[in-house]
Design a protein around this ligand. Structure first.
Ligand code: GDP
Length: 361
């Protein structure tokens, strides 16, 4: 499955946040035989639609979609020089599908900042600089060979052009993601073989003081630092406290700081989106479940997530939108109201589709 690597300078609250994340680990609860690695947190993506489906179908359990977060320790200035920790750090990032930077905004005299001052802007620059330098090194290694090859293999010229363009962006101190060279784009495809770090989607978690959670001016300012990447604002210590409470107590604590859901729930949602994922739903007496697919997946591809045989033998998908199902109250009533659609193999799945697949075995 796809993973999000958590990075950040020392003492910004990564461990505090990661520990709170693993308290919400859904693997342990739902998949008792899964191996759980110490630096991986499998986090459920909260989905109130599952509660509603479980109610309608009398489901014995609810299984949300999940996002995997990996705690990548050890960014330091000079990581891109690739010595010791630096090498391991870069290898770990290379294996991640998205990069989540934790940025310190909270003020606390008892917690030392590595650079001596609280400055989200310069922290972001410090981390991005290491990633940018690592990409420039990669490019400098392969470019001369590519240029040589392109003199004979004319089809390599587009690639050379893309690599030179990427080099120019990086030399301006910008990540390729912020310049719009994102995975899935044509330009990124030309760079694919280089496994560059900064084409990965980025998201930013600002670990803020509690009063900043509701400070819209402050948040707008931080958002502008990281756009087009998403910004999430949370207080890691508060998240750690929330993870220890039952639902009712947690809601009370959240309301006392002007919030409606835990920051980690927002992080799970945003992370899931950043990875280019979406869900569809199935429901029955055994379970109500959100299944993970890539955005743009077709009905047979979606069926394949449940079982490869479902994809191979795919005939049709009976699709009811979640809203229609809730409004009519049951599959039978949705059918008689003409709200159940039979979709074929070219159907592109939509968020909120409740599905039953028909297939040959
Ligand atoms: P890491 O090095 O990035 O993993 O940071 P830690 O999670 O170990 O946190 C470093 C220190 O900052 C610890 O003493 C935490 O208790 C403290 N800390 C973490 N988050 C917050 C926060 O939101 N507010 C305050 N005041 N302290 C925090």
């Amino acid at each position: 499955s796809l993973t999000i690597g958590i990075v950040g300078l020392p003492n910004v609250g990564k461990s505090t946040m990661f520990n709170a994340l693993t308290k919400n680990d859904v693997l342990a609860a739902n998949y008792p035989f899964a191996t759980i690695e110490p630096n991986v947190g499998v986090v459920g993506v909260p989905d109130p639609r599952l509660d509603k489906l479980a109610e309608l179908f009398g489901s014995a359990r609810k299984l949300p979609a999940t996002v995997d977060f990996v705690d990548i320790a050890g960014i330091v200035k000079g990581a891109s020089e690739g010595e010791g920790l630096g090498n391991k750090f870069l290898a770990n990032i290379r294996e991640s599908d998205a990069i989540c930077q934790v940025i310190r905004a909270f003020k606390d005299e008892n917690v030392v900042h590595v650079d001596g001052k609280i400055s989200p802007k310069s922290d972001i620059e410090t981390i991005n600089t290491e990633l940018i330098l690592a990409d420039l090194q990669t490019i400098e290694k392969v470019l001369p060979r590519l240029v040589k090859e392109s003199r004979i293999q004319k089809d390599k010229q587009a690639q050379v052009k893309a690599v030179e363009e990427a080099k120019a962006i990086l030399e301006e101190g910008r990540t390729l993601f912020s310049a719009g060279i994102v995975q899935g784009s044509e330009r990124a495809a030309l760079l694919h073989d280089l496994h560059l770090l900064t084409t990965k989607p980025f998201l930013y978690v600002f670990n803020v003081d509690e009063d900043e959670l509701t400070d819209e001016d402050f948040k707008a300012e931080q958002r502008s630092l990281v756009a087009p990447a998403e910004a999430i604002f949370l207080n890691a210590k508060l998240e750690a406290d929330l993870a220890e409470l039952d639902d009712e107590e947690a809601l009370e604590l959240l309301q006392s700081v002007g919030q409606t859901e835990p920051g980690l729930a927002t992080l799970a949602h945003v992370g899931f989106n950043t990875l280019g994922l979406q869900t569809y739903l199935t429901a029955g007496p055994k379970e109500s479940r959100a299944w993970t697919i890539k955005k743009g997946a077709t009905a047979p591809e979606a069926a394949g997530v449940i079982h490869t045989d479902f994809q191979k033998g795919f005939i049709k998908a009976e699709v009811i939108s979640f809203d229609d199902l809730v409004e009519t109250g049951s599959v039978a009533d949705a059918r008689s109201a003409g709200k159940a659609r039979m979709e074929g193999k070219d159907y592109v799945m939509r968020d909120g589709d409740v599905v039953e697949f028909r297939f040959n075995v």
